[in-house]
Design a protein around this ligand. Sequence first.
Ligand SMILES: Nc1nc2c(c(=O)[nH]1)N[C@H]1C(S)=C(S)[C@@H](COP(=O)(O)OP(=O)(O)OC[C@H]3O[C@@H](n4cnc5c(=O)[nH]c(N)nc54)[C@H](O)[C@@H]3O)O[C@H]1N2
Ligand SMILES: Nc1nc2c(c(=O)[nH]1)N[C@H]1C(S)=C(S)[C@@H](COP(=O)(O)OP(=O)(O)OC[C@H]3O[C@@H](n4cnc5c(=O)[nH]c(N)nc54)[C@H](O)[C@@H]3O)O[C@H]1N2
Ligand code: SF4
Ligand SMILES: [Mo]
Length: 710
Amino acid sequence: MSHQGQSVIYRACNLCEAICGLEITVKNNRVTAIKGDRDDPFSKGHICPKATALQDLQEDPDRLKYPHKKINGVWVKIGWNEAFDMAADKLWHIQQKYDHDAVGVYLGNPNVHNYGSLTHGSSFLRLLKTKNRFSATSVDQLPHQFVSNLMYGHQFLIPVPDIDHTDHMIIMGANPVVSNGSIMTAPNVKRRLQAITDRGGKIIVIDPRHTETAKIASEHHFIKPGRDVVFLLAFLNHLFQENLVEPAHLTKKLEGFDKIYDLIKDFSHERIEELTGIPLNAIHKMAEEFAAQKKAVFYGRMGVSVNPYGALCQWLIQLINLATGNLDKVGGTLIPLPAVDLVGMGLVGRGGYNRWQSRVSKKPEVCGELGSSLMAEEIMTGGEGQIKAMILSAGNPVLSTPNGTQLGRAFEKLDFMLAIDFYINESTRYADLILPPTAPLEHDHYDVTFFGLSVSNVTRFNEKAIQADDGTLDDWQIYHELMVRYLERMGAPKIPKKRSPERLIAITLANGPYGRRRGHAEALSLKKLKDNPHGIFLGDLHPLLTNRLKTKNGKINCAPDLLVADLERVKSDLFNGSPEGRLLLIGRRDIRTNNSWSHNSRRLVKGKNRCTLLVNPQDMKKHDFKTGEMIGIKSRTGSLTIQIEETTDIMPGVVSIPHGWGHDREGVMLNIARAHGGVSVNDLTDETKTDQLIGTAAVNGIEVELFMLT
Ligand SMILES: Nc1nc2c(c(=O)[nH]1)N[C@H]1C(S)=C(S)[C@@H](COP(=O)(O)OP(=O)(O)OC[C@H]3O[C@@H](n4cnc5c(=O)[nH]c(N)nc54)[C@H](O)[C@@H]3O)O[C@H]1N2
Ligand SMILES: Nc1nc2c(c(=O)[nH]1)N[C@H]1C(S)=C(S)[C@@H](COP(=O)(O)OP(=O)(O)OC[C@H]3O[C@@H](n4cnc5c(=O)[nH]c(N)nc54)[C@H](O)[C@@H]3O)O[C@H]1N2
Ligand code: SF4
Ligand SMILES: [Mo]
């Protein structure tokens, strides 16, 4: 569609899981406009304010394009050849001197939005043979993966809510109206939610904050942070007690389901209201209503994942959907069938547990990694196996993992840090070498992850929108070259051929469920995808879990030993624990923020301060605070000064600070973000507060105290 140097390119937004289709106008290789692509069959023109900020990212003068090396504290631009040699030499020598585990790796969230990082990053990282692998997963969706692995035999067989066909949705600890959905790829999720109530259905939100999602819901209940497990046990108990259990077509596929009631019925009921803040009869009513619906779905996300009982919560949610016949059912939860079928083709590991342990605290490996909360102690504690070097890839753990201050201090002690990132942010400022990849619009794109979590089966391949500057490299090219240089040092006899991620997609498409190797008349091919840049709709989701199960006996494992045993913790910590009255801190997201890396765009930070502390009027009164004033807040790990905002939207006894802020620090090269710095909530969160079973950080429900500044 190119004329007079102007062209229109259609491609996906890579910022969040909604993967909206964009229409990008480019003139003389510069973005002139970004709009929603109305011909995208999935997102139908929807976008949010962050999409237009892709232009700011593209043009950001702070974005690095070439390798930089820190010499005596000063960043100096160097050539790629020197940079690759330096990276390979340092990593190789550190591993030779100590051992493989001396190099640690942290993978950040944008990796899953960048298919080249996924295809090529893993090959390089595998070479390093380190057990010290960390990622944003353990501050995020790890409980979903762990539970899916145990119950369905694969960490990525995650049932997603069939939001477009359900009549009843309970949303616990998620705020899709702002987050645009997570582990549920559903562009314009707000419209999809409104359609539920428009067709006479009901949405119930269970959240310590009366969120933007609660505001469009039919019903909202405040719940005390970290107590969802108690609610879920009471809910499931009631289903059994009232004989409301009917797993429908799955009945013959269940292993251990008959044990469930015995396992959970002992959880005494008299303390449930005290523990959760929700009256028992309200929970019973919700359970009865849920069971009475033909199409109902229970959905729980971040609030119940980054929680001390995250794995138990996600298990109980699966069991509630299963027990009411809503698992693997239209209008309940369903498993997508993506065109690039990583699970079906066995291209990604099924996940695992405790195949190795962390060195210092002996915590189990979960799904191939260790909890990010352990990173600092693994760097700071001397002895064999200590981390001496780190690779940070598309991540900012100083702002995004608990006790970021301590992690920053640990990073300072490293012998070497390599960052693969285009920003010098709060974490990469500790690097010795930074290898910046091209910006999102400068490389082709395929959503290998999110089509596997989508509420419809869709597919889309996009070409680059902008030609990158000469001598810049995509993430996959950086990883490939790192691999080559490292193999050279190993003295490897053979160096693998360079194959672009595009080639890999072409092969997996052909072999996938809609590919020509499966004899499809209308087979998908890369060419077909390229000819249809708006994307191709492949149909609604339909029940197929039983065909895709990866468990050894082909059944759903309803009562995995690890989860059953973990119920004891609920008994001892909560049911037999003593009540406490400390103020609890939770997080929140904002429509104009994308984790920690959207604040260098002026249009996303302008306007009123959004990094504020939300406090209920009852707690304001206790302290005699006034809205708008600066106050102090402290926890075991740190103390911050922050502007206070009074609101009845937050539950009494709970306060909230969004994450991803705290930019105004020495060495951070993000001009606009530094001028709108805010504070980092993860300077208050606590690396010792985790889900004891799988190590997910419990960044919500942190005990804090507020104080007047003198
Ligand atoms: N308290 C609290 N903490 C949280 C959360 C919370 O709710 N509360 N949420 C957690 C969640 S869900 C997540 S996902 C994490 C996110 O935490 P992280 O993944 O650690 O951090 P991000 O803020 O996503 O940082 C992304 C970095 O990747 C870089 N980047 C962007 N695109 C690319 C690319 O294509 N290639 C490369 N190489 N680099 C790129 C950016 O410049 C930026 O520096 O935070 C977690 N932390
Ligand atoms: N605008 C925007 N969108 C984003 C992101 C972003 O940073 N900004 N990040 C993206 C990423 S990486 C992710 S993972 C998704 C996350 O997507 P969501 O999970 O939908 O987003 P959150 O806002 O973290 O929602 C968590 C909710 O849990 C509540 N909560 C906190 N503690 C508890 C608790 O103990 N129990 C219960 N029941 N609720 C609790 C919080 O009040 C909050 O409303 O969002 C994605 N989309
Ligand atoms: S909701 Fe916004 S950030 Fe997310 S994919 Fe769509 S346009 Fe991008
Ligand atoms: Mo996330």
